[in-house]
Design a protein. Sequence first.
Length: 447
Amino acid sequence: MTSSDVRTVPCPTCGTRGGDRCVTLRDKPSPVLHRARTHRYLEVRFGLRPQAATTWQALLSATEARRRGALLRMKFRDVDDWAWEEDTDALADVMAVDAAAYENVVITEACGQAGEGVSDLLFGPDWIDETLDVLLRAAHDLQIRAESAQFVTGARDRELERRRDAVRRRLKEAREFADRIRKSSLPQMTAVAAEDADPQRLASAWVARFLKAERRELVTEYALAAGVDADLLDQGTFHERVRRMVTSGRLKAPVGPQVERLLGLPADAQREVVVRDALQPGGRADALGHPMMLETWAAQLDFLCTVAAPAAHCEPTGRLSALPAMASGRMPLGSADELAGRRQALARLIERTHECERLRLALSDTVMVLEQTAPGRTALGGAIQAADDELCRRHPELFAIARAHLYPYQEPSGRLVDTWPSQHAAVRRTVLLALERYSQAPTGLLV
């Protein structure tokens, strides 16, 4: 089976006809097939069907977890037995339709036992996003297998732990690499980064963020005076902006029957779809990744992770933390399997959460590009900057508070230090809290 075979089925995600390649939200050809197309093809060719319907609560139950936990005793294919091919195109075809093979590939590459061509394939711009998802799944599977081995035998499996640590390191490197690829592919990101390194502009932006209502009035006044179309000003929420772009066709994301059905389901029924998507191989619902569904998908995943975390001996932090009782000795096989199954269920939900976040970020980037290139955007940008400057002139005390919090991170040249991006979010929260305290202080003392 090859990716050309899979392409014979039309893609429900992007609307591509049978025989053509999938396309991105920006209508650019993509060598990576949407997962709905892959699963639709397998269903047509081999008669695969989702498992019988059940509730989302049952899918997270001990019975289901125990069945899944037994799968963890299956061994990964030994790297010495893997027949690596010189033809990376053939390897890509296998990875496109075989998730287990893809996971074996990333584990072997992370352990340094794959050729350079394999690394180039996994971390090239065409496959990096998929590889991030598979690396996280491999890290979780190796972590749970190592935990289960210790509980059952009472001894640590050093080889499993070595592979787990290698995959974790590779995942960290891959995330950093993917972030660099993303930023380099968006010219607008360069301008944003330059503004973020300027403490004057940054302090001004934070004051404007704090005074949202006043800023909106000023932007409207200045923009209309500059001849900006009123429709460009009335953008509404992010979801509303996405809906308008989908409806107008500026975003390549047709609303097919699957998406319409999901949008019309009550919350509990949507939750069942989300659980089945995460936990059942035949239950993947590609429509969850549609731009119109991403916010709902994220909210349901957050709820489910919170529900599943206690049974998996984890805090609801969005990560699969180490078991607190790892050093407590052996555990009966049935109990170890049940615990492993519960942790694997949580791991799958966390993996879908990361996939959802990645898709939301890609959507945000795409919307930003489309809005930046819209007619009248240059004039609107000038109106926004003029409004921010006016707010700082009207409220110099607020600007002084924001500016004071940035001094510790400023270089002698006046720019912010190179490590600033990692501290940006925390300092912004601190500044907004300080502005709130100042605005509520009866004496108006500077903080």
